[in-house]
Design a protein around this ligand. Structure first.
Ligand SMILES: Nc1ncnc2c1ncn2[C@@H]1O[C@H](COP(=O)(O)OP(=O)(O)OP(=O)(O)O)[C@@H](O)[C@H]1O
Ligand SMILES: CC(C)(CO)[C@@H](O)C(=O)[O-]
Ligand code: BAL
Length: 292
């Protein structure tokens, strides 16, 4: 596996593959890789002849009080994992390669609406940073297909919408969340948890599952959200939000919506955990099973 830091070398390599008629898949990451990332690489391999991964801790998506400096940087280990997983090229640019004009850069990519709710409300400007860097990385790598985890459900929707609205010629594939054996969604930031916090963390997934069951049993979304927040507090987590939303545009669920997702974020020690669970209720279900 090659590691490339400059745009010139990246473009030369990807151009050679494209000229040879090879399809290129792209997996953008911030590094500190785990089995979730490696599943994205495996899915990428199944969809293209060549796989490019990037590792770039993007300053633009971090708020001033967030963990940009502390974010784990483990490049040597990440390289080994990518190589074993069959990645062809690692693009590991520095900040000046991605943002050559530094603070003088003016262009931003924004997906308002989808970016302003849920995680966007707690992390103002976060999705502007994500959409801008993903748009740049797409222009740098020029892949045919790019893969993103469903763990970051809102991010996946923001990217899908950006690609649609700007006619970006990249197919976007969402990959189901990879979990630890106790249900906790794998995440680089799980490494921030102390042993006792780690023991409490699976409550997030447990509460999401209980909330889904309560919805399917006919309870109203607002009461399900309230109960779930209380359950998170009782489990020792500090809820940021837990909300029932439509899967396509994250609107609050109404009685007639059938394709829903419950999204949650909660603080635990130094970590802010996120997770989500789809709820597909049957339109022909008996009355007690429909959403009220
Ligand atoms: N558990 C997981 N299952 C599937 N995909 C995942 C998982 N965790 C992360 N991803 C995906 O990997 C890609 C890169 O994510 P990133 O490098 O930020 O990892 P992360 O573990 O989500 O980190 P963080 O803890 O900082 O959010 C994203 O598309 C993300 O959705
Ligand atoms: C998509 C991404 C690599 C953009 O920096 C990041 O938000 C992430 O790792 O999910
Ligand atoms: N996985 C999402 C990247 C972030 O939290 O900044």
């Amino acid at each position: 596996m090659k590691t490339i830091e400059t745009l010139e070398e990246l473009r030369e390599q990807v151009r050679a593959w494209r000229v040879a008629g090879e399809r290129v898949a792209f997996v953008p990451t911030m590094g500190n890789l785990h089995a979730g990332h490696l599943t994205l690489i495996a899915e990428a391999r199944a969809r293209a002849q060549r796989v490019v991964a990037s590792i770039f801790v993007n300053p633009m998506q971090f708020g001033p009080a967030e963990d940009l400096d502390a974010y784990p940087r483990t490049l040597a280990r990440d390289r080994e994992l990518l190589e074993e997983a069959g990645c062809d090229l690692l693009f590991a640019p520095n900040v000046a390669t991605v943002y050559p004009r530094g603070s003088e850069e003016q262009t931003r990519v924004e997906v308002p609406g989808l970016s302003d709710v849920l995680c966007g409300e707690s992390r103002p400007g976060h999705f502007r940073g994500v959409a801008t860097v993903v748009c740049k990385l797409f222009n740098m790598v020029q892949p045919d297909v790019a893969l993103f985890g469903e763990k970051d459900f809102q991010q996946l929707l923001v990217i899908r919408r950006m690609v649609e609205d700007l006619a970006v010629p990249v197919e976007i594939v969402g990959v189901p969340t990879v979990r630890e054996s106790d249900g906790l969604a794998m995440s680089s930031r799980n490494g921030y948890l102390s042993p006792s916090e780690r023991a409490r963390a699976p409550a997030l997934r447990r509460v999401l599952t209980q909330a889904r069951d309560a919805l399917l049993a006919g309870n109203a979304a607002a009461s399900v959200e309230r109960e779930a927040e209380n359950a998170l507090r009782e489990a020792g987590l500090t809820p940021d939000y837990i909300r029932v939303r439509t899967t396509d545009d994250l609107r609050p669920a109404t009685e007639t919506d059938r394709d829903l997702v419950i999204l949650a974020a909660a603080y635990l020690g130094r970590a802010r955990l996120i997770d989500n669970l789809r709820v597909q209720s049957d339109t022909n279900a008996a009355p007690q099973q429909t959403l009220r």
